[in-house]
Design a binder for this molecule. Structure first.
Ligand code: NI
Ligand code: MN
Length: 233
């Protein structure tokens, strides 16, 4: 895998911090301080320029409000979700919807489909969070990374390959709430990236899928098993 100046750090579960070659910090899935898999040393972020949210569940946006207030990032997401975040104190929101691309600082962000649910738990209230999504991020050096969000496998992943051809795919493999290794292996076949980084496993007892199971099923694509807090460059 050649990231050509990008630094990608897994903060555990579905959360990634990516530093662009130009020095911007992109946070995908703002679940950091409350994330039991995030190493203590990584919980204090230096800065966040752009924050991407895939859906309203607590294990993805659990710290979104706190991070938005502290770092004032540009917040990208589906309109219903980012409008809720604005009402909670996010100052810069960049709503978008599926199929669209927008340039945010150093990166081009395309919102793509994901098959899941997306309610927001706001105290005792359940709020409609819009639809869940994934993202294809294109960096200024041409590298494209796909973050699938929470999803099952779906046939239109082939469209993601045909239009965007991301070389790196961040795929959930934990099972129960998302694809497990069996489905993720099928997703690898549809997406045909160079490298897959498994995520959304092991955080809770129900998330039983493992990278080892995926590696057994996928032999022609690099499965890069990261440790929470690890950075690849
Ligand atoms: Ni979810
Ligand atoms: Mn989740």
């Amino acid at each position: 895998m050649n990231l050509n100046g990008i630094k990608l750090t897994w903060l555990g579960h579905a959360t990634f911090r990516i530093e662009t070659p130009g020095g911007q910090t992109v946070l995908i899935e703002p679940w950091v301080m409350g994330n039991p898999k995030c190493p203590e040393s990584e919980k204090e972020l230096k800065k966040v320029d752009v924050m991407l949210c895939t859906h309203g569940h607590g294990d993805h946006i659990g710290d979104a409000v706190a991070i938005a207030k502290k770092y004032d990032p540009k917040v990208v997401g589906i309109p219903e979700l980012v409008t809720w975040l604005k009402n909670k104190g996010a100052k810069q929101i960049l709503p978008m919807n599926k199929g669209g691309t927008q340039t945010v600082g150093d990166i081009k962000v395309t919102m793509v489909d994901a098959r899941h649910s997306s309610g927001i738990q706001d105290g005792n209230e359940g709020i409609y969070g819009g639809e869940p999504c994934g993202y294809v991020i294109e960096f200024e050096n041409g590298v494209k990374i796909y973050h699938a969000g929470d999803t099952c496998v779906f046939g239109d992943m082939q469209i993601i390959r045909e239009i965007y051809a991301p070389e790196i795919a961040l795929l959930p493999i934990g099972d129960h709430y998302t694809m497990g290794p069996r489905e993720a292996a099928y997703a690898c076949n549809l997406l045909k990236p160079k490298t897959v980084i498994p995520m959304h496993f092991g955080t809770f007892p129900q998330l039983t899928g493992t990278p080892a199971e995926l590696k057994k099923l996928v032999t022609d694509i690099e499965i890069l098993e990261m440790k929470p807090g690890q950075t690849v460059t």
